[in-house]
Design a protein around this ligand. Sequence first.
Ligand code: PRP
Length: 208
Amino acid sequence: MEQITLALAKGRPASSTIKLLEETGEHFSELHEDSRKLVFYNEDKTIKVIFVKALDVPTYVEKGAADIGIVGKDNILESQADVYELLDLKIGKCMFAVAGKPGQKVDSNQKLTIATKYPNVAKKHFKKKGQDIETVKLNGSVELAPLIGLSDFIVDIVETGSTLKENGLVVLEEMDYISTRLIVNKASFATKSAEVQNFINQLKSAME
Ligand code: PRP
């Protein structure tokens, strides 16, 4: 068996993903969400796990630095990476939404300013509606932008809705359903098909 490299997203969904990995029966010494270590192996070294920033996971997989990635659909959509998406792990469930102040109208003839961590996703959504927008790329605390006049609206992920609520914002338009997905490098899918399929089967059994 050839070794496969698996890129895991750091941050919010890491703990559920690590739990699911452990349920496959593979044991990765020292792998936990707060670890500062970035590379881990299972006991027989058939799987190498690398821990990377969520938005970088699709890039690692597209470029072949990782054979497989486990990451949120939000980051897959934003990265626009050319990879195969083969499994919905049904964890980290949330949605993309346009949010703003209650009663605000999203449709307008005026150019709208949208603050977001996901400018590609926002541009695609508004382009489909024929609405002209300008994006302001932020790296977090996006809900602040409409409150202080940095943007008209935000495009962000909404999970429990509590961040919006606590900042007096509401969902104005629901967008895509998001969850953690398994993605595969296109070349690895051909050259390491047995290893990739074996790993997917292990994960599927763990999910059941
Ligand atoms: C995400 C997202 C929202 C929040 C939504 O931010 O950008 O702010 O979670 O979750 P909720 O609906 O359960 O409140 P994250 O926690 O990743 O922090 P950030 O603002 O630093 O990006």
